[in-house]
Write a protein that binds this ligand. Structure first.
Ligand code: GDP
Ligand code: IMO
Ligand code: MG
Length: 430
């Protein structure tokens, strides 16, 4: 009963959507287990670009079962929209898309509260996606959350909403100086979602375990990245879920023994959206070039992504946090534009050289990256179709990453398209 985790190793947007779509050929089921529509996963196949926020990136493959697990938080408006978009593009979803009845629902007050929180934070704001993710997870921990199981039992939904809304409206009006919500308006809106989504809501755990019992292969699709993890990321500049591979267990309802491999998605340079420390950030010409060459604009909010060189100090910590068994290196083609490519191999701080990525954000803000320089390869990697065709300088750069990270590179991605993928070894065999 093999399960494989695909996980982002940096601050998100590593190209997880592309690689999950590519690897779906090899699996029977794809499961999202954390996050919500803060994620934006881009799949480019057959000349079409699809940005998925909630549906697993295996959804474009006919016959593959897709599950949205209990550990996610879902905005039903976004979900309905996405289901309709994918259905209109000709994909059949009934009977192969399942939404866990234990997944929590993002409510309108989550988004409004988040907007107010960010305002109160002033210049210490996190720069969230504004999708209500943090407040929805907070309500889950606070036992105020409403779940999909409640939504499809609509009387139960109304009873819960009535109580929670009284509390949220008091908070919005009396503390946050915000407009309250009208109970009946919310009921009417969510009744429509309940009707549309009812056919898809199920016990996610049963579906996943039925598949495991039948010896089906499952791929768990991570959202965000290791440095946005609620415990292990650059707190408080993080998201509100467990983004590291271990989150699969609680977020999908499987034991650790199910996981046979952890496919670590690493962008060949680094990007970050929103605020927070980023030691290798390039704010000048190099950053601008990385952003333009890599088209680094958010798939969810359209914000320009902050860009910088690959950071092996950060990556080594992510390898430990995730138990990475193999690396998929993405957007390698973007570096083709550079004559000199830098890799950060260590940090300098007031106490001297640091090899371990600091756990404290305040310490991370004070480090200076130490780089080694590698010569560019002078040809566009997007033209390469096999490992053997790669220019020697590119191979040397990839091998240096393997050496520093201590994890083998099995795939190099050289463009957004499904076919722009160089398979060196089977990532599920490591
Ligand atoms: P995700 O959130 O990890 O799924 O990544 P995003 O979809 O948010 O961002 C990755 C962006 O890079 C998308 O626009 C992809 O189409 C694109 N992309 C993925 N892999 C490659 C690659 O190897 N080369 C290039 N040039 N673009 C890529
Ligand atoms: P994918 O799955 C990049 C960032 C936000 C913000 C912080 C908290 O596409 O890689 P949140 O709305 O989650 O409370 O915002 O996390 N963030 C992401 N950055 N990719 C993502 O997802 C992200 N999801 C959240 O920009 O800094
Ligand atoms: Mg993204």
């Amino acid at each position: 009963m093999p399960g494989y985790v695909v996980v982002g190793m940096q601050w998100g947007d590593e190209g997880k959507g592309k690689i999950v779509d590519y690897l779906t050929e090899q699996v029977d089921m794809v499961v999202r287990h954390q996050g919500g529509n803060n994620a934006g996963h881009t799949v480019v196949a057959g000349g079409h670009t699809t940005i998925l926020h909630l549906l697993p990136s295996g959804i474009l493959h006919p016959g593959r079962v897709c599950v949205i697990g209990n550990g996610t938080v879902l905005d039903p408006a976004v979900l309905v929209n996405e289901i309709e978009g994918v259905a209109e593009a000709g994909h059949q979803l009934e009977g192969r898309l399942f939404i866990s009845d234990c997944a929590h629902i993002i409510m309108p007050y989550h988004k409004r509260c988040e907007g107010a929180q960010e305002r109160f934070r002033g210049n210490a704001k996190i720069g969230t996606t504004g999708r209500g993710i943090g407040p929805a997870y907070a309500d889950k921990a606070d036992r105020l959350g409403i779940r999909f199981g409640d939504l499809i039992d609509f009387e139960c939904f109304k009873t819960k909403l009535e109580k929670v809304l009284a509390y949220k409206n008091a908070l919005l009006q009396d503390v946050l100086n915000e407009e309250p919500f009208n109970f009946q308006d919310v009921v009417d809106e969510y009744a429509r979602y309940a009707e549309r989504l009812r056919p898809f809501v199920a016990d996610g755990v049963s579906i996943v375990h039925d598949a495991l019992r039948s010896n089906r292969r499952i791929m768990f699709e991570g959202a965000q990245g290791a440095m946005l993890d609620i415990d292990h990321g650059t707190f408080p500049y993080v998201t509100s879920s467990t983004t590291v591979a271990g989150g699969v267990c609680a977020g999908a309802g499987v034991g650790p023994s199910v996981v046979k491999g952890v496919v670590a998605i690493v962008k060949a340079y680094t990007t970050r959206v929103g605020a927070g420390p980023f030691p290798t950030e390039e704010i000048g010409e190099v950053g601008e070039r990385l952003r333009n060459e890599g088209q680094e604009f958010g798939a969810t909010t359209g914000r320009p992504r902050r860009c910088g060189w690959l950071d092996l100090v950060q990556l080594r910590r992510a390898v430990l946090l995730n138990g990475a068994t193999t690396i998929v290196l993405t957007k390698a083609d973007v570096l083709s534009a550079f004559d000199v490519i830098r890799i950060c191999t260590g940090y300098e701080s007031e106490e001297g050289r640091i090899e371990m990525f600091p756990s404290q954000t305040s310490e991370l803000e004070r480090v200076t990256p130490v780089y080694e320089e590698w010569p560019g390869w002078g040809v566009d990697l997007a033209e390469c179709t096999s490992w053997d065709e790669l220019p020697p300088n590119a191979k040397a750069y990839f091998q240096r990453i393997e050496e520093l990270a201590g994890v083998p590179v099995s795939i190099v991605s050289v463009g957004p398209g499904r076919e722009q993928t160089i398979l060196r070894s089977d990532p599920f065999s490591h």
